[in-house]
Ligand binder design. Structure first.
Ligand code: AMP
Length: 192
């Protein structure tokens, strides 16, 4: 089983790279952001709750997102592994993921930190907002999301270093080179 945590600030390329990894390794992709956007589109109660947080650039409460992740994970059948995109985003979520996988006799194989300079993140997110119309890709909300990233999510870097699972990936440059670096890191961790 291959369990990959793809990590990085908003706009670091987690979604794009996840799609490539899914294709290469035949694993499942769980993006908590995509799950929430699907709930919003379907007009569910959960979607209504999620929209309030997303539009403010804030994280959903840990208990809520951990429940969502657990049921998404339970919904996978005959999976060869998972790439977790946008989860965990807090230490409590990382603890919960570790426990959830341990209950299934599994563990995180590697954590990939896609690092991209802040001015490039801003540029990419503003462009994405113009192209995709994602409501939270406007300058004010982007700034809030980056602040939330630094205060609540970035501490996971040290957490995963302590677990011995951290790998730095330079997220700036050619898409193909970034994918190659990611694949090397995955193969190395898997064969350890
Ligand atoms: P993303 O598509 O991963 O950038 O997520 C979009 C938004 O969904 C975030 O800004 C949060 O409001 C919410 N969200 C996604 N994943 C999580 C998570 N793991 N914990 C809390 N909130 C999340």
């Amino acid at each position: 089983m291959l369990n990959i945590v793809i990590f990085g600030a908003p706009g670091s390329g987690k979604g794009t790279q996840s799609e490539r990894i899914v294709e290469k390794y035949g694993i499942n992709h769980i993006s908590t952001g995509d799950v929430l956007r699907a709930e919003i589109k379907a007009g569910t109660e959960l979607g209504k709750t999620a929209k309030g947080y997303i539009d403010q650039g804030q994280l959903l409460p840990d208990e809520l997102i951990i429940d969502i992740l657990a049921s998404t994970l339970d919904g996978l059948k005959d999976s060869k592994g998972v790439i977790f995109d946008g989860f965990p985003r807090t230490i409590a979520q990382a603890d919960a993921l570790k426990k959830m996988l341990a209950e299934r006799k599994q563990a995180v194989t590697v954590m990939l930190d896609l690092e991209v300079p802040e001015d490039e993140l801003m540029k990419r997110l503003i462009l994405r907002g113009q192209q995709s119309g994602r409501a939270d890709d406007n300058e004010e909300t982007i700034r809030k999301r980056l602040t939330v990233y630094h205060s609540q999510t970035a501490p996971l870097i040290d957490w995963y270093k302590q677990e011995g699972l951290y790998t730095h990936i330079n997220g700036l440059g050619e898409l193909e080179r970034i994918t190659e670096d990611i694949c090397k890191a995955i193969d190395q961790a898997y064969n350890k």
